[in-house]
Design a protein around this ligand. Structure first.
Ligand code: MIC
Ligand code: SF4
Length: 646
């Protein structure tokens, strides 16, 4: 039997385990990336491991999330990360150089290599045939130290693309269609591979839009073959030597196959408040729009921006719409300036934003009350924009630009413009002057680490307790996102390197009193529904609950990265054997767990006793052997230290 593309890369990087779906595998990691909102914590963890130089082929730290500097905190974190990079062998991408995923694709990604990043949209790299996976900061720290990265061996899904996109239907509509069919939890435990004749018709930036937003499927990653289109892209980036052709074997077997005829797709939108709430634009056309934002790691390539500029040529944006545009990287912005397209965007009345995440993570540009905001981004979770009652629609750049002009949701196919002459350049503008190389190893000793007063150490952890008696301190429903657990936004993000402080905001979007209640009770168990912890890779969604005394999270099912983050933090992730038991627990019930250490060690079922009702519920602790050892040790940092000390 032949191998799928992802299986080939996994096989070439396998250092532990067997390639049997669901069984844990350890992968050698070639490259890592971090961004600043997760990076400070990841580097504190890296420092705690006591490794001098990174052991990867390439590690890059990007500053793109916390770029709104309303106090000293973010700037201090940037300085800290810059000094860490210099000392420990990591490349440092300055603020202004662009969004991590866009820049990594342009300048560092290599087909066939493995990449993990402390950001859930790391799969953007799948656009050039990398096995690129989002992970918690601690996993990235371990990989930088030369340790393997562990995941359950995913199942393989093939998306067979046929035909070719019609004008004004774009890559965003492809991934929205996949989301419509698979849902936000349809990809959990799976890798999505794109194949078929239609692949050839998609450029690398278009492929990257699709793999980027594969994160919203809950998939481990998504990947495209590396082919002539990839070679041309790398050549245009002055990196043809990084090209290797890669594809799945003709007789590769997939667990699931989906077929999409590109020529049948229509412009689509993910309506509030979930990326899989997909509607046809034609069905929602005419709705009044208050804000249009174009950018984010999903849709901020040169190609996207050139199309928007073409739509805006000689026009003025609608007076009732606030239009913001954030080109994804310095390369994109520079090239837009050089070809005059930037001037077109400015003339039309767009607000040009920094090449950074910005509004996508609630760093500014919160829309007006009750607004309809059209965004080319990848997440539209309630409240993420910073305006609690705003409704965010996720759309393609073409659809966003059309609405920016008309003031209402508009099918871009009704526009009277042509993209026929818009193509990727033969040569991109290459200027890496905002990426600092690290100091040579022999000078590393001289580099001083700069720590600001907001940077607080990793919270205290302890080996798993054998018994826990505490209340169901919070009960939440299905599809709880990490934005619910640990909200972001301009006010809270500067606290990412200060767990005691950031924990005061934990779950406050669902329940204002949660942090105070945790402090009063000292410990607790969280009860949740399906797909608990979907979305971001932020380990803060595990570290803040850890700091607040959460001992276990009992749910119907988990999202992958968050479950791994709970394990890494030493919080017990448990699932109901019978999902109906979820309904029998009321917030505030007194609960008890006994004989935990032995049950976890032996992989046996655990009984949750409800002291308030007298009932028992059977729970599963579905973890690999290594994950069980991590939980027993009290988290990955303790586990790694114990291993070093042994
Ligand atoms: C996001 O899109 O939610 C983020 C902000 O990029 C996160 C990382 C973070 O919370 O810092 C992600 O996707 O992992
Ligand atoms: Fe940044 Fe948004 Fe992409 Fe997250 S999804 S990396 S916040 S642009």
């Amino acid at each position: 039997m032949g191998y799928t593309l992802a299986q080939k890369i996994i096989k070439a990087h396998l250092v532990d385990g067997e390639m049997v779906p669901g069984k844990d595998i350890g992968l050698k990691i070639d490259q890592t990336l971090t961004q600043d909102a997760t990076g400070t914590m990841a580097y504190l963890e890296f420092e705690a491991m006591g490794v001098d130089r990174v052991k990867t082929e390439r590690s890059v730290a990007y500053i793109d999330h916390n770029t709104l500097q309303t106090g000293f905190e973010n700037a201090d974190d940037h300085r800290y990360i810059q000094s860490i990079c210099k000392k420990h062998g990591i490349y440092y991408s300055h603020p202004g150089n662009g969004i991590c995923h866009q820049v990594h694709l342009e300048r560092f990604g290599i087909p066939g290599k493995t990449l993990i990043g402390s950001d859930s949209h790391t799969p953007t790299g799948g656009g050039i045939g990398m096995l690129a996976i989002g992970a918690g900061g601690l996993d990235v720290a371990v990989a930088m130290g030369g340790g393997a990265y562990y995941i359950p061996m995913p199942k393989m899904v093939k998306v067979e693309l046929t035909g070719c996109l019609k004008p004004f239907v774009s890559a965003k509509d492809v991934i929205l269609e996949v989301l419509r069919r698979m849902s936000v939890k349809g990809g959990v435990g799976k890798i999505v591979e794109y194949g078929g004749e239609g692949v050839k018709t998609l450029s690398v930036p278009e492929r990257a839009t699709i793999t980027n937003m594969g994160a919203e499927l809950g998939a481990t990653t998504s990947i495209f073959p590396s082919d002539e289109v990839t070679r041309k892209f790398l050549k245009a980036q002055g990196r043809e030597e990084d090209y290797t052709p890669l594809q799945s074997d003709p007789d590769a077997e997939y667990d699931e196959i989906l077929t999409i005829d590109l020529s049948e797709l229509q412009p689509e939108a993910a309506a509030p408040h979930s990326p899989d709430n997909v509607k046809n634009i034609a069905d929602i056309a005419g709705m009044k729009v208050d804000q249009v934002l174009i950018g984010s790691c999903t849709n901020s390539s040169l190609l996207d921006m050139l199309k928007v500029a073409r739509i805006f040529e000689g026009k003025t944006v609608h007076p009732d719409v606030s239009v913001g545009i954030a080109p994804g990287s310095k390369q994109v912005l520079n090239m837009l300036a050089d070809c005059g397209a930037l001037s077109t965007l400015i003339s039309a009345g767009a607000r040009i934003l920094e090449s950074a995440c910005g509004p996508c993570i609630g760093m500014g540009q919160s829309p007006n009350s009750g607004a309809v905001s059209l965004r080319t981004f990848n997440r539209n979770f309630e409240g993420r924009s910073g305006t609690a009652d705003a409704g965010v629609y996720l759309v393609s750049p073409e659809t966003a630009a059309a609405a920016a002009l008309t003031g209402v949701i508009t099918d871009p196919r009704t526009l009277d413009v042509s993209f026929d002459d818009i193509q990727l350049p033969e040569k991109f503008l290459i200027n890496d002057n905002m990426v600092d190389a690290p100091a040579p190893a022999e000078e590393a000793d001289k580099v001083e680490i700069k720590r600001g007063p907001n940077i607080k150490p990793f919270p205290h952890t302890e080996p798993l307790l054998d018994e826990v008696e505490c209340s169901a301190i919070l009960k939440v429903g299905d599809n709880i996102t990490t934005d619910h657990i640990m909200p972001a936004g301009a006010k809270i993000l500067p606290l990412r390197s200060n767990i005691p402080k950031i924990s005061e905001h934990c779950f406050t979007r669902c329940d204002e009193d949660f942090p105070a209640r945790c402090k009063r009770e000292g410990k607790g168990i969280i009860i949740g529904g399906e797909n608990y912890g979907q979305g971001s890779s932020r380990e803060h969604a595990a570290l803040a609950p850890l700091y607040l005394g959460i001992k276990a999270v009992v749910v119907k099912s988990f999202a992958r990265i968050h479950k791994a983050n709970l394990v890494n933090a030493g919080i017990l992730p448990l699932t109901f054997e019978n999902p109906a038991d979820y309904d029998k627990i009321t917030q505030g019930d007194k609960l008890s767990l006994k004989g935990l250490r032995k049950a976890v060690k032996d992989g046996k079922e655990i009984v949750l006793h409800n002291l308030t009702t007298g009932e028992d519920y059977k729970l599963t602790c579905d973890l690999s052997g290594r994950a069980r050892d991590i939980i027993l040790a009290g988290g990955l940092l303790r586990y790694t230290k114990n291993q070093h000390d042994a």
